[in-house]
Design a protein around this ligand. Structure first.
Ligand code: SF4
Length: 266
């Protein structure tokens, strides 16, 4: 084993001395072993070094998330190797995959069941904005419409490297927090998120008043336009189905007659 240079201990002590507090007396033999830091640093370091992700995947992105946790990429480097099967033991929700309208209420409910502090990573184009299914009848265009997202990882699907980069950004965000100002120690700062209702179209209960106002305004505008006899889509909807012209009626009758003839019903 290579021996240390003779002046190594002296060098170490010289470097440490400027950081030692004048009023704190530290025995000489311990001087090289005393570290001074802040509560925030320790608090954040311990939280980000053992951030436990929640085990659940929604679609193809989940395969990349699983690959990230497997041996090649090895999430245990970050103290994250055990994906928790219960929201009550998890700090981090990785929304990995297409978020369907049917799934949103379950995701929000699981988020509410996670204890504070809790964080959300939106993984992939689908979770972030609907992705290739954005216009689909059954897909919501971004999970951030329902729960707060801390980090977005782009891609379809994002590679394990991209997810790891997103997780490191998440760690940096945790490092910037202070025990004095974090919301979970503040009075009356309930972070409960209303669970959206599954219907013909999922809506966020927090927006009920806005939805009601907008709908009533559109209906009253439509009725006013109908009363004035002016055109326009809203007015047409307010007037109900359009009356068919005589020509169109004659064409329909002719078509019916031909159909009856063909089927031998005439
Ligand atoms: S972003 Fe791409 S890979 Fe990820 S769930 Fe959507 S379609 Fe699948």
């Amino acid at each position: 084993m290579a021996s240390l240079p003779p002046n190594f201990q002296q060098l170490k002590q010289d470097q440490l001395r400027p950081f030692l507090h004048d009023e704190i007396s530290v025995p000489d033999e311990l001087e090289a072993n005393v570290l001074i830091t802040t509560v925030d640093k320790i608090y954040n370091w311990s939280r980000r070094s053992s951030m436990w992700p929640l085990l659940f995947g929604l679609a193809c992105c989940a395969i990349e998330m699983i690959a990230t946790a497997a041996s090649r990429y090895d999430l245990s480097r970050f103290g994250m190797e055990v994906m928790r099967p219960s929201p009550r033991q998890s700090d981090l929700m990785i929304v990995s995959g297409t978020v369907t309208k049917k799934m949103v209420p379950a995701i929000v409910r699981i988020y509410n069941q996670m204890a504070e502090p809790r964080y959300v990573v939106s993984m992939g184009a689908c979770a972030t904005g609907g992705g290739p299914f954005k216009e689909g009848y059954n897909v919501v265009s971004g999970i951030d419409k329902y729960i707060p997202v801390d980090v977005y990882v782009p891609g379809c699907p994002p590679t394990p490297e991209a997810l790891i980069y997103g997780l490191m950004k998440m760690h940096e965000k945790v490092d910037r927090q202070s025990v004095v100002s974090v919301p979970w120690y503040q009075k009356d700062s309930s972070q409960f998120v209303p669970v959206p209702r599954l219907g013909p179209d999922v809506f966020d209960p927090r927006q009920v008043e806005l939805i009601k106002d907008t709908t009533l305004k559109a209906a009253s505008n439509g009725a006013a336009a109908a009363g004035n006899g002016s055109g326009g889509g809203a007015a047409a909807e307010a007037r109900g189905p359009v009356e068919l012209s005589d020509k169109a009626k004659a064409r329909m009758e002719e078509a019916k007659r031909r159909y009856r003839e063909k089927k031998g019903l005439a």
